[in-house]
Design a protein around this ligand. Structure first.
Ligand code: HEM
Length: 253
């Protein structure tokens, strides 16, 4: 009997211990994946708010002539000098960083957790193209954001800026960027912006609804409303953004 107990302990205990460790490891991964998803959702929704604000400001580029130039420059001055907006800007930069880093870590964790593709995985039957390519779309957006900030943000903050009526003339920098008579790459830049906005639209189409799910805010009663809001947001915001470089290019060509 004693011998049997010993063998039971020797045999079962390591098994149970290994099982316990595996379970702990799995729940640990699960926990960290869940907190990463939570952070992705929060930073993603904050960036959606940023997009709305940024778009409203940029829509002033549609105002033609001197009035548009003054309005946009005053807006840019306010955005770079108001202390509250400055804090929002730092939160925006931090959100972009967190969203990108967490996104990469989650993609790597998902790949490690499932090194071999499910046999039953049949692409669009199990998930949408957008959901399977969020990292790719996000990377395209990251490349866009970095080049975009180098072209405008860097020039505004650290570059040699022209001045108009005592204010930094960001309007001229922006409009000349999409003007084929001022910038030989204006056509390519316009195309890059349109391509980036298509990527953003697909990224948002999945990301918007997914964020609500990750935050545990999915409820059968509200799911169709969230789905509709996601679809509308992912269509309206990127289209409005894309229309700015197209408008600036065509009206200055
Ligand atoms: C397509 C039309 C767009 C135009 C004309 C535009 C224009 C500008 C300009 C002029 C600035 C510099 C403003 C400043 O430093 O105060 C800026 C900053 C910035 N833009 Fe855009 N932008 C566009 C779209 C986007 C999109 C789609 C994103 C994100 C995906 C984006 C992300 C940013 C960020 C993160 C900054 C820095 C903001 C800050 O310092 O608070 N922009 N943009």
């Amino acid at each position: 009997m004693f011998q049997f107990d010993i063998w039971l302990v020797i045999g079962v205990a390591p098994c149970t211990f290994t099982k316990y460790r595996k379970t702990m490891r799995k729940t640990g991964i699960l926990k960290s994946s869940l907190s990463k998803k939570y952070a992705m959702a929060l930073t993603g929704l904050f960036l959606c708010l940023f997009l709305v604000g940024h778009l409203l400001g940029n829509l002033q580029l549609f105002i033609e002539g001197e009035a548009g130039r003054v309005a946009f420059n005053e807006y840019a001055k306010f955005m770079t000098s108001n202390p509250l907006i400055k804090i929002m800007s730092y939160i925006t930069y931090a959100s972009i960083l967190f969203h990108v880093i967490d996104g990469f870590l989650l993609t790597i964790a998902n790949k490690k957790a499932r090194p071999v593709k499910y046999v039953v995985e049949k692409g669009s039957r199990n998930s949408s193209w957008a959901s399977r390519n969020m990292a790719l779309l996000g990377t395209a957006l990251l490349v866009f954001i970095v080049t975009h900030m180098m072209n405008f943000w860097w020039v505004m903050h650290f570059g040699d800026m022209p001045v108009h009526k005592g204010v930094k003339d960001l309007h001229t920098i922006t409009t000349h960027f999409f003007n084929p008579h001022e910038n030989a790459m204006a056509g390519a830049a316009t195309l890059l912006y349109v391509f980036a906005m298509v990527s953003m639209s697909i990224h948002l189409h999945h990301g918007f609804q997914s964020a609500f799910k990750s935050l545990g805010l999915d409820h059968p009663k509200y799911n169709s409303t969230v789905k509709f809001m996601g679809k509308a947001f992912s269509l309206v915001i990127p289209s409005a953004f894309a229309s700015i470089p197209i408008f600036l290019y065509l009206t200055q060509a």
